[in-house]
Design a protein around this ligand. Structure first.
Ligand code: SAM
Ligand code: SF4
Length: 506
């Protein structure tokens, strides 16, 4: 009798790097015959890919583990694995708080997951695979213990078949005092350009149109081999002409490594998205110094001006931490001033979360009360949202190119019959300056680049109409005229406004 395929369930917390790691681990398990399930109770293997950047992310994993405990009780053969940053950082704490976990696998050992699952099954012994700590050996030894995990890709594992993350660098050497990443992801190591170019070519052969290059400080990418030195600008130039590739993005940038050659490449190479995520973290020099960011607010603003001068029309976004150790009201006001002046497209704002083992936790008391952190978070967000509104309104009247990703979030929630051919639905995608754009069309546009006339904007979303004679990859006979622009503005996840929904478009 044929055996039933084994099922694997995965939960992912954290950044794009973790999303990519989960995709790769699941791809590897599928090659061993596993099917993916979204029901933990049906799974034979349950994996939790974790994040340690803030305490809240760790709490999420511990509560998820609490939820699966009864599953393990009912099915002792189920294999439960904790992967990623928490696994690397907190093996002992995980064992103590969740002794039923069978497998703990750090960020640098993910390639071992399928074998470790087999080993747990064969021996019923817990398995541990983690890399060395940053001070557990010489640089070379520690580097070698963090293996970049980038096997051949399984297109079915991506959220959309035409978009993919590509890791170009692992680890981080910046050692910002608040941050666990240099410990959880190890020393900064850039992948050889040939490996990256091959991966991009493979992805494009599989139908991928947009790649997002990932690194903790992606613009620090450099690979030296003999006399050849490949910088991020060279790496991008080397993949730019791959036929079928339409867009190249890269995140996250470190302000001190924003070189002119990179900005020139962003301007000159048409496939490179005109968007830079460059976190500033604070507008106060004393805070930046305690964070060990190695720049001042003035330096950051000059860098920002250079980005805008060398790449006209570029969108820039940032991260901020509020309530970092010793942040006074006066120093917080400097972050408020900076966010007002910087006119970011958007900002991600985090309340400082003390992380054991970091320099900040050792040196500085976490002395800003939670309610003050919360208030500062809201205040900064209010100013940023006003700037986002201005930034988005400035797009109204323009025509933008959008790679259509799929139904908008609200559309996905709506229980409408999208199967009917020609059914008009609300679609979403991003412009070349990374604005989220929402418009009406049929699902056959998904995966195509269309030109959208922007008619309206909210602080987080642009609204518009497909320019019917400029759709890429759709026959002219399939199209119908578009409607008149709407003028009202709606909020974030850009659901369909009832009046927009019934009109025949595309
Ligand atoms: N490597 C990227 C960089 O340098 O910006 C991103 C790393 S981190 C995963 C993403 C963001 O989390 C950081 O930019 C920072 O704003 C925030 N972050 C990191 N450590 C934090 C902490 N201990 N508390 C609150 N936010 C933190
Ligand atoms: Fe963390 Fe700083 Fe490295 Fe970013 S640059 S990952 S914030 S240590």
């Amino acid at each position: 009798m044929p055996t039933m395929p084994q099922k694997v369930y995965i939960e992912t917390v954290g950044c794009q790097m973790n999303v990519l790691d989960s995709e790769l681990v699941i791809g590897a398990l599928r090659k061993r015959g596993y099917d993916l399930t979204d029901s933990p109770a049906d799974a034979d293997v349950l994996l939790f890919n974790t994040c340690s950047v803030r305490e809240h992310a760790e709490d999420k994993t511990y509560s998820a583990l609490g939820r699966v405990r009864p599953i393990k009780r009912d099915n002792p053969d189920a294999v439960i694995g904790v992967l990623g940053c928490m696994a690397q950082k907190d093996q002992d704490a995980i064992r103590k708080r969740a002794p039923f976990v069978d497998m703990i696998v750090g960020t640098g050992q993910l390639g071992a997951v399928p074998d470790l699952v087999d080993k747990v099954r064969a021996t019923r012994e817990p398995q541990l695979a983690v890399s060395l700590g940053r001070t557990d050996g010489g640089r070379n030894e520690v580097e070698a213990s963090f293996v970049s995990y980038d096997p051949a890709r399984d297109p079915s594992m991506r959220p959309t078949p035409f978009q993919a993350f590509v890791r170009i660098q692992i680890g981080c050497d910046k050692f910002c005092t608040y941050c666990v990443v240099p410990s959880t992801r190890g020393p900064e190591q850039s992948r050889p350009p040939e490996h990256i170019w091959n991966e991009v070519r493979q992805l494009v052969d599989q139908g991928c149109k947009e790649v997002t290059l990932l690194g903790q400080t992606v613009n620090s990418y450099v690979y030296e081999s003999g006399d050849t030195r490949t910088r991020l600008s060279d790496l991008i130039a080397g993949m730019h002409d791959v036929a079928g590739l339409e867009r190249i993005k890269f995140v996250t940038n470190y302000p001190k490594d924003m070189t002119d050659d990179l900005l020139d490449a962003v301007r000159e190479l048409p496939k490179v998205v005109k968007y830079l995520h460059v976190p500033v973290q604070s507008g106060c020099d004393e805070v930046l110094k305690r964070m060990k960011r190695n720049y001042t607010a003035a330096y950051y603003m000059e860098m920002l001006a250079r980005c805008r001068e060398l790449v006209p029309g570029v969108s820039v976004s940032s991260d901020f931490i509020v309530g970092f150790c010793g942040e006074t009201e006066e120093s917080f006001q400097k972050s408020m001033d900076l966010v007002r002046a910087a006119r970011f497209k958007n900002s991600f704002i985090f309340k400082y979360s003390e992380r054991a083992g970091t320099k900040a936790a050792d040196r500085y008391p976490d002395d800003v009360p939670e309610d003050v952190k919360k208030r500062r978070n809201n205040d900064l967000l209010t100013v940023q949202n006003e700037n986002s509104r201005i930034d988005h309104r400035a797009q109204v009247g323009k025509v933008v190119e959008v790679l259509v990703e799929g139904p908008s979030r609200r559309e996905q929630r709506a229980s409408r019959d999208r199967e009917a051919p020609g059914h008009v639905t609300q679609l979403t995608g991003r412009s070349m300056a990374d604005h989220i754009v929402v418009f009406d069309g049929t699902e056959r546009l998904v995966g195509h680049t269309v030109r959208i006339a922007v008619t309206d904007a909210s602080p987080f979303t642009l609204y518009g109409n497909v320019l019917t004679d400029e759709i890429v990859g759709v026959e002219a006979t399939d199209r119908e005229p578009s409607r008149e622009p709407s003028t009202s503005s709606t909020n974030h996840d850009a659901g369909p406004r009832p009046d927009r929904f019934s009109l025949p478009l595309v």
